[in-house]
Design a binder for this molecule. Structure first.
Ligand code: PMP
Ligand code: GLN
Length: 414
């Protein structure tokens, strides 16, 4: 939806008056107008697996078309408890530990509504997913920003780390929640067990909570030299009672338009999330929940999750290689389906008042024919200068689209 200029007779509520259009909507529209290969917005352009599509068709045909159970269809919460119980190392009660949400986006919104009072502080690690500050602001909370910083380990692209002293200094008696994202969008960082234990210690000491956004949980790329492992912070000592973990069928089954997500937490937290959720969407699409329940069971039986990770590893390597070859110094992601790269060597004109990362990503979209996302919306205004020379591509696209993007990039920059 296009934003309109202010009308003298209409004033929106303060909680929305600072919001513009999301960067994803803006750059997908620009990509479509310019026929660019869309490596901007993170949505798969390849078909979803047949098994999940057939399950949805069968659920609709069987007339599972009325309101669902508000906290999630019994079949889906059971399938989630079966899958995640062993991963969390505890028995999960499908009735009291799980709330099915309208994608992870509603999981974020409902969790913040459930935990954050006006005036409470919420620690957001930059770069953050863009809906985090919006959710905090709409709850009347105060975001407190802590940036990940590039660490240069002898040439090449940097890895990014959290300064633990800087993080510790961000906690105050009003800190209520810390939002974590691992594997992370847009850096592709996968937090190590050591980092997570350090974060957990600060959270426990401050009697705060963690919202752990793990929508890219199956997309990690370990190799011999780099034993990447997705660790769930809820499994660390004393953290089950303090953590809400979010997942998304959109990412796991390449159905981002379905908007089926879930929140897993100890019963008092899950109850609070449910209390908010029942007044946000009330329920989530019934036949799609039934389909995800069947898909989760089938995925567990046939090794789909490992297949998904390997499929994305191939796409990561395909895109990474090209960006490296043309000197854009990509950050090799350990997880997620995004690659951040360095645009410093590009001579792109920037008009006064424009952000450089926006100008460069518009140039990629319009002149190179490959859409990118500027990362400054993933930072608070005082820290946005950190992204002047950065841009993000996604590799959740067909190999054909990635090859065409590579051809266009090499033709202009090679
Ligand atoms: N968290 C992160 C880190 C994401 O990248 C996304 C992507 N869309 C979401 C949450 C939202 O997930 P969903 O599409 O399930 O609402
Ligand atoms: N999460 C996706 C991304 O980061 C897009 C989500 C959206 O369009 N809101 O690209």
């Amino acid at each position: 939806m296009a934003s309109t200029s202010a009308s003298p007779s209409f004033r929106p509520a303060q909680r929305v008056s600072g919001f513009g259009t999301t960067v994803f909507a803006e750059f997908t529209a620009l990509a479509n107008r310019h026929n660019a290969v869309n490596l901007g917005q993170g949505f798969p352009d390849f078909p979803a697996p047949d098994f999940i599509k057939e399950a949805a068709q069968q659920a609709i045909a069987a007339d599972l078309n009325q309101y669902a159970r508000s906290a999630g269809q019994p079949n889906l919460v059971q399938a989630l408890a079966d899958l995640y119980g062993p991963l969390f190392g505890r028995e999960l009660d499908p009735q009291t530990h799980i709330v099915v949400t309208d994608g992870a986006t509603e999981g974020i919104f409902a969790t913040v509504q459930a935990l954050v009072d006006p005036g409470d502080e919420v620690i957001l690690i930059e770069p953050f997913y863009d809906s985090y500050p919006a959710s905090v602001i709409m709850a009347g909370g105060t975001p407190v920003y802590v940036p990940l910083r590039p660490v240069h380990e002898g040439g090449g692209a940097a890895s990014w780390a959290l300064g633990m002293d800087e993080l510790a200094a961000a906690f105050t008696p009003r800190t209520r929640l810390l939002i974590l994202n691992t594997p992370q969008n847009p850096l592709g960082k996968v937090y190590t067990a050591v980092e997570l234990e350090q974060i957990a210690a600060l959270v426990r000491r401050s009697n705060a909570y963690v919202l752990s956004d793990e929508v890219y949980e199956w997309m990690t790329y370990p190799d011999g030299a780099n034993p990447v492992e997705h660790v769930r912070i809820a499994t660390l000592p004393g953290m089950w009672e303090r953590t809400v973990t979010l997942g998304s069928a959109g990412k796991t089954f390449s159905v981002t338009g379905w908007k089926i997500g879930w929140a897993i937490a100890d019963a008092p937290l899950a109850w609070a999330i449910f209390s908010a959720h029942q007044w946000i969407p009330f329920t989530v699409a019934t036949p799609l929940q039934e389909a995800v329940a069947i898909a989760l069971q089938q995925a567990t039986e046939d090794g789909y999750f490992a297949w998904l990770g390997e499929m994305y590893r191939g796409k990561r390597d395909r895109l990474y290689r090209v960006l490296d070859e043309i000197g854009l110094n990509p950050v090799k992601p350990d997880g997620s389906y995004f690659i951040l790269f360095d645009t410093a060597r590009l001579d792109v004109p920037v008009e006064a008042g424009d952000r450089r990362d926006y100008a460069v990503c518009r140039w990629f979209t319009q002149e190179v024919g490959v859409a990118a996302i500027p990362p400054s919306p993933f930072y608070s205004p005082p820290h946005q200068y950190l992204t002047d020379n950065l841009a993000r591509f996604t590799f959740c696209k067909t190999d054909g689209a990635l090859d065409e993007a590579a051809r266009r990039l090499v033709a202009t920059l090679g």
